[in-house]
Design a protein around this ligand. Sequence first.
Ligand SMILES: [Fe+2]
Ligand SMILES: [Fe+2]
Length: 204
Amino acid sequence: MLCLSAASDPGWARAALQDLDAILVDHAHCEMKAAANALSLAARHGDHPRIARALTNLAREEIDHFQRVLRELDRRGLVLGAPPVDEYAAELRRASARLAPQLRTPLVDRLLVGALIEARSCERFKLLFDAMEGSLHDELRAFYGELLAAEARHSRVFVDLATIAAEGDLTATDVLARLSMLSVIEAAIVRRLAAGHTRATIHG
Ligand SMILES: [Fe+2]
Ligand SMILES: [Fe+2]
């Protein structure tokens, strides 16, 4: 389960499949935001060439994911529309800003939050992949199988980059401890969003 501290409600995938069009639209927005976030971090941290390079590669992959989900939307006659407010990511970022400020470096936190978002995406894609077994969604299932492996890899890349970014300020153990604290907060956000409404979203 990568760096997550709690699994999603197993009923999420069943509900998601009942509104697959909405899930695909939300998924497209998630890929676009993942690409934009990676590029914006790379642009602001040119003083860390290794980190900037890795984030640019990651952004390229996310753009590819975005374009592929867009093609699926086209096939289904769906329109992307404006991006919704991303409560999940916004809450996670706000919570990280309040968590143990003496151990906080903004870039490390942004990277750790990225690791958690990627890990949750990977988990949700795996739930979709499993739920689509034996359904009429063979091609889409294969796509989610491919994506869940990519998002798992991205999650690990973000943790490695956070450790590199922390050098001189925090030890690798401190970084993992902070990731673990953030993962508890992330799990609480997921639980709260799931209890509050049943929206067909990747992270809701
Ligand atoms: Fe992606
Ligand atoms: Fe990703």
